[in-house]
Design a protein around this ligand. Structure first.
Ligand code: GSF
Length: 213
């Protein structure tokens, strides 16, 4: 992959203001006080530059000072957690780290399934596949059920406290609120997740990155 641009450049995050995966990276960078330039680029737009930075054509993409690029969001957040000693969001202990990454996988999976429904509904009416949409929504509901059960009455998913787990789950919940208002009533179905999101939204990192249309 040729460097996207000249060296000695400020680090950049390429993304959109609606992507929950981009938000996850923005929240991590904010919590760890990492400075970067946000470059808005909607991957679906005809003139997108994203493929120049990520052959998969997906955002987020993180551009290092030397022009090398990182993706996907899981790789980017692990990189960010490692370059700044501020607020470790991934536990050092292997077992705890796996538990946090598994919650991130649940949250990212909610976003993957929800994004597929959103895209399917952009297709012409006669081309939409109702079984496909139902299958994806089933994944979202099942994952929310497990997250709610595993959080139970605790403040944090990982008993060590606020971690990447809540950041990923918060971005997934915020995405559902943004794109599936009135259809997936996660606040009514899971009051503990509703309380968690409201608590997360009091943090500047979440408040400043709430999805905007
Ligand atoms: C998923 C990124 C993604 O689906 C990650 O970063 O964790 N596993 C990846 N990004 C979407 C936008 S959104 O739904 O967040 C994307 O860039 N889609 C463009 C495409 O061509 O799929």
């Amino acid at each position: 992959m040729k460097p996207a641009h000249s060296a000695n450049h400020k680090m950049q995050l390429i993304g959109s203001l609606t992507s929950p995966f981009v938000r996850k990276v923005r929240v991590v960078a904010a919590e760890k006080h990492i400075d970067y330039e946000l470059v808005l680029d909607a991957p679906w737009s005809a003139d997108t530059r994203v493929p120049d930075y990520n052959p998969l054509g997906k955002v987020p993409v993180w551009v290092l000072e030397d022009g090398k690029t990182l993706f996907d969001s899981r790789v980017i957040v692990e990189y960010l957690d490692g370059i700044s000693p501020v607020a470790h969001l991934l536990p050092k202990d292997a077992r705890a780290r796996i538990a946090v990454r598994r919650w991130e996988a649940l949250a990212d999976g909610i976003c993957d399934a929800a994004a597929l429904v959103y895209l399917e509904r952009k297709r012409p009416e006669e081309q939409r596949n109702p079984e496909w949409i139902a299958r994806q929504l089933g994944k979202v509901r099942a994952a929310l059920e497990v997250l709610s059960e595993e959080l139970d009455k605790r403040d944090w998913l990982y008993e060590g406290g606020f971690s990447l787990a809540e950041i990923a789950v918060g971005c997934a919940l915020g995405y559902l609120e943004f794109r599936f208002e009135g259809e997936i009533d996660w606040r009514r179905d899971h009051p503990n997740l509703s309380e968690l999101y409201d608590r997360l939204m009091q943090r500047p990192s979440f408040k400043d990155t709430a999805p905007v249309a």
